[in-house]
Design a protein around this ligand. Structure first.
Ligand code: F0G
Length: 388
């Protein structure tokens, strides 16, 4: 039936909140595949046949977020939500807007002013979400939207950010599909960009549950790659020695770290706008995943991210800047000797190349996109339908 067309709901028995199929909101999300990136492998000095790309840009809204949104919207429908909201660097809002329109809920998205790639903004508008620009960055937006949901329960706003555990349940399916594509031969490494650390949290949970069920015997190692300008996990783990330690991680150290950042008015800043996040909400769950998956954390600078984004495109795929952090990070770990040539590596390409055309055009032409557009004649196009 219909559910078989979803690469998320095919695995519904592994999502414990699921009861019946009546409320499921689905649009063919998760029909993504694992690509054997032989040409790219050569470019990053890895053995061809041992580098794979999990191509999440193929989702209906063009990013991995659809995996989580289908699950969270299904839960929202189960509890009778009418309004849903999120803070977003763009992909969450695009996915939320799509699922909100499908399920006849009012979508409200909070975007940091000037912080969103145009592909993503255009999706939120097209699907008809109420799109609000907030003075400030993603972290400020998320604080604001969380505050509104808590302080105004009367508004009945259902929160769709990855603090929502049902989002993470759906995102576990990314790992189920990777394993399915490899005939359940567990790869050696999963490499993922880290922003709010939702994927990171979901992947560790997925593997620990599969092992507990006896469906796998080994767990791959996790590499979380952050942008150098948005690297709290990297700093906390590699510079401050933070570990999960059976759940008794050093909360005081974390509190102090963030209060020092706030006091110095440090904000996340990177060309990879999707992962421009200074206060990741899933930090504790990410620490747990690093523990479960014997993980490592690395940072890569913006120039390296853009170079690797161009390589991913040039050698047959294509992704947005944040996604390329995974490939850049894999290369770094290969050069460090942490990843060896014999190891099978899966990089997650989290979002489609069309999400952030400005970054791409600027990279290849060296020109400011606005400058290019200004040379073209302008003609006002008047739509026949009024924007509702
Ligand atoms: N890659 C892309 C393309 C993203 O959009 C995001 C997050 C990430 C990676 C990071 O994933 O949070 O699970 O560590 N985007 C969110 C948004 C924050 O609002 O669209 P994470």
């Amino acid at each position: 039936g219909r559910l078989d067309f979803s690469g998320v709901w095919r695995f519904r028995e592994l999502m414990p909140f699921y009861r019946d199929t009546d409320n499921i909101v689905t649009i063919g999300e998760g029909r993504t595949n694992l690509q054997d990136a032989q040409l790219l492998a050569k470019q990053i000095n890895h053995k061809p046949g041992n580098l794979f790309l999990q191509y999440e840009g193929l989702n209906p809204s063009g990013s991995f977020k659809d995996n989580g949104m289908t699950a969270a919207f299904t839960h929202a429908r189960l509890v009778g939500a009418k309004r849903v909201a999120c803070a977003s660097t763009g992909n969450t809002s695009a996915s939320l807007a799509m699922f909100a329109s499908l399920s006849e809920m009012t979508g409200i998205v909070f975007i940091g002013s000037g912080k969103i790639a145009y592909g993503k903004l255009s999706q939120a508008l097209e699907y008809g979400a109420r799109t609000l620009q907030v003075q400030g960055d993603f972290d400020a937006c998320l604080r604001r939207v969380r505050q509104i949901t808590v302080e105004h329960p009367d508004l009945g706003i259902y929160l769709m950010n990855s603090v929502n555990p049902f989002r993470l349940e759906g995102q576990k399916s990314i790992m189920f599909r990777v394993l399915e594509a490899l005939d359940w031969q567990v790869p050696d490494w999963i490499v993922v960009p880290g922003g709010n650390l939702g994927n990171c949290a979901a992947f560790g949970k997925a593997f620990s549950e599969l092992k507990e069920l006896g469906l796998i015997t080994q767990i791959p190692r996790l590499a979380v790659i952050q942008a150098a300008g948005a690297n709290p996990l990297h700093k906390l783990v590699n510079e401050h020695g933070l570990t999960w330690n059976g759940g008794r991680y050093d909360r005081e150290k974390v509190r102090q770290f963030f209060s020092e950042m706030d006091a110095a008015d440090v904000h996340a800043h990177t060309i990879a706008s999707a992962i421009e996040i200074g206060h990741p909400v899933n930090l504790p769950k990410a620490l747990r995943s690093l523990d479960i998956m014997n993980g490592v954390v690395r940072e890569v600078d913006d120039e390296t991210i853009l170079e690797h984004k161009a390589l991913v495109g040039r050698y047959g795929f294509g992704c947005e800047p944040a996604s390329a952090a995974s490939v850049a990070g894999a290369r770094q770990l290969i050069e460090e000797g942490v990843i060896s040539r014999d190891e099978r590596v899966v990089c997650i390409l989290t979002g489609h190349v069309l999400k952030d055309p400005d970054a791409t055009v600027t990279y290849h032409t060296g020109l400011d996109v606005k400058a290019i557009q200004d040379t073209a004649p302008r003609k006002k196009v008047t739509g026949r339908l009024a924007n509702p």
